[in-house]
Design a protein. Structure first.
Lengths: 216, 391
């Protein structure tokens, strides 16, 4: 999206090939939650101006994103708060479902974990009133589904799936996912190897660049 | 044979850098949290590194024009006009150098006649006074003070000025103090420079890292472009210290004079670094702003902690250095820094490494991770408390 381009112009540029595609895309944009719209804008390189005018990010959220492995006592020092205040703010973030949890980022390639991962492109039928939300939420509830995103482009949902074997993932797709009413088609891609996860390079030693201990 | 007798007098008389002394001590110690490094903790953003790799792949391994790649000079011209409100002609008013340090050296060698006097504010970057001496000039330091947040004042300039002063060096925001000047102060300095017919060498290497207010380049003040050499580079804002790439912009005659020295000494800056620098200017602004925002938050934290600890610290408006006053400990800045290093393994640089006016202060670079900063602050607090208890 170019700067100052209206959503309609964006739609016209991206989806001018077919009037039907436009209708679907507009419906899809309507169904985006505000954070998803923000994400869309970040992808478009439109984020800085948009973010500046939007509600500023809370300091504790910035610190969670930047602070790496700070514990709550250290976070309290950085934010000039008591540890109790930090805990209270974290609880509020959890209550408002901004902070959904903490998970380790692991490289299980050498652990023989037997986990098979797949990415599935899913086309679904939007519904009057709810757009894609009801079906997307229904698909997301399966334990096998790690993440689920509504996408622009030639398919609707991008679904990341985990299973203990190829057969189990295949069974999930054929028996559970594609059999849902409203699912038009699926295209499953099995992941062969991960190179980067959640910002961490895998199998590439994160070498500390050699810095002088004192420099002018 | 005593080979030292062959060394030129003006070199042999140069004092050793105070930082080097301190480096010798620190380098022998393990597990030190160093707040003594004058460079970003971020590696160069990947897209810039990738541009350097691509340049190599494409066989860009040759000399460039002495002035530097015209594409880079065009990109610099646009960048400087957009961010500093002063325009330079890429063909003859911009030269690419091996870091700002070379640009500064070229300017000194091109402009200073033996015995010319050069004013510069102090505390300051370690190479200013030696660069003047090596060009056979006479260094005239102008003090800046904590009470002014280390901004350069016209009163101090007037008090320090002497007949024979030809140049004025500025470094705003300043390494090591983080001090800078607002527009009114810059205008006053410009008026003084015009009144005394001074050429200004304005090293604005930290200008993107200005946290409050808008950075004003003295070159943008009406009438000043003609008497200013604007010096800048990629090391700090784009985390490119090791690439050694900088530039100077100024009146064509002065750039031509600098180019003469450059072509017979350096010839040109590395083409790989020049290609990477183009990428930094064209696509690096968002990444640079993210780094700046992180420095900003870390600054707020470390300055607050220094003041809580009892080491009075002004709020540096730019750069990534805090410059706390350690005099309440009763120790000299060097003894304090060495003691802190030996007892708590935290490195800060004694203020006098940046000139006599750094007496009573230490420089702490906050371009390091939150974890390190939090731990360093805890250790410094413990050290200061033990010193105060002993008093």
């Amino acid at each position: 999206m170019r700067q100052n381009q209206s959503p309609d112009d964006f739609l016209n540029c991206c989806l001018k090939s077919a009037a039907e595609s436009r209708r679907v895309a507009r419906e899809r944009l309507k169904s985006f939650s505000p954070p998803a719209l923000l994400l869309l804008r970040i992808w478009d390189g439109f984020a800085p101006d948009f973010c500046d005018t939007a509600r500023p990010m809370k300091p504790i959220i910035k610190l969670l994103l930047e602070g790496g492995s700070l514990n709550t006592a250290q976070m309290a020092q950085v934010l000039a708060l008591s540890e109790a205040d930090v805990n209270r703010q974290l609880d509020e973030l959890k209550a408002s479902r901004v902070l959904l949890g903490f998970r380790p980022v692991l490289n299980l390639a050498h652990e023989d974990s037997g986990v098979v991962r797949a990415v599935i492109e899913v086309r679904i039928t939007p519904e009057r009133g709810g757009g894609f939300n009801r079906l997307a939420e229904r698909i997301s509830r399966f334990d096998e589904v790690e993440s689920c995103f509504l996408m622009s482009g030639s398919y609707d949902l991008l679904v990341f799936v985990n299973g203990s074997s190829l057969q189990k993932v295949a069974a999930f797709v054929s028996e559970k996912l594609s059999s849902i009413e409203g699912v038009l088609s699926t295209a499953t891609h099995f992941m062969l190897r991960s190179y980067k996860e959640q910002g961490f390079m895998l199998d590439v030693k994160q070498e500390e660049a050699e810095r002088l201990k004192v420099a002018p | 044979m005593d080979s030292s007798r062959h060394i030129a007098k003006h070199v042999i008389n140069l004092p050793k850098s105070g930082i080097r002394d301190f480096f010798e001590i620190v380098s022998k110690m393990k597990d030190v949290i160093s707040l003594g490094i004058g460079e970003p903790d971020f590696d160069t953003p990947w897209h810039i590194r990738e541009a350097g790799i691509y340049a190599l792949e494409k066989g860009k391994t040759h000399y460039t024009s002495n002035l530097g790649l015209i594409e880079l000079r065009r990109a610099i011209s646009k960048y400087v006009e957009k961010n500093y409100a002063v325009s330079y002609v890429p063909d003859n008013e911009i030269i690419i150098t091996v870091g700002v340090s070379e640009a500064l050296d070229l300017a000194c060698r091109a402009l200073i006649n033996p015995g010319d006097k050069v004013m510069f504010h102090q505390p300051c970057y370690v190479s200013y006074s030696p660069s003047i001496t090596l060009a056979h000039g006479i260094a005239v330091p102008v003090p800046t003070f904590a009470k002014d947040n280390f901004a350069l004042t016209v009163e101090a300039l007037r008090a320090a000025w002497q007949p024979g002063c030809k140049l004025l060096m500025l470094n705003l925001p300043c390494n090591p103090t983080g001090g800078t000047c607002d527009r009114a102060q810059i205008e006053a300095i410009a008026k003084f420079a015009a009144e005394k017919d001074l050429i200004v060498l304005s090293d604005e290497i930290y200008s993107e890292l200005t946290f409050e207010g808008v950075h004003t380049s003295i070159a943008s003040i009406p009438g000043m472009k003609e008497r200013t050499i604007f010096l800048h580079g990629f090391s700090k804002a784009f985390a490119m210290t090791g690439w050694r790439i900088g530039y100077a912009c100024g009146p064509a005659a002065l750039i031509e004079a600098m180019m003469k020295v450059h072509q017979y000494s350096m010839l040109c800056a590395s083409i790989i670094s020049q290609e990477a620098a183009i990428e930094a200017l064209v696509h690096g602004e968002d990444g640079m702003k993210k780094m700046r925002d992180q420095y900003h938050r870390r600054r707020d934290f470390i300055v607050r902690r220094f003041n809580e600890i009892g080491l009075k610290c002004h709020l540096p408006r730019g750069s990534f250095y805090a410059f706390p006053d350690i005099s309440k400990t009763g120790l000299s800045e060097k003894d304090f820094a060495v003691g802190l290093l030996q007892t708590e393994k935290v490195a800060m640089v004694p203020g006098t490494a940046f000139g006599e006016n750094g007496k009573g202060f230490c420089r702490a670079c906050f371009a390091t991770s939150y974890e390190q900063l939090v731990e360093a602050a805890t250790r410094i607090e413990r050290h200061v408390q033990s010193l105060v208890a002993k008093k």
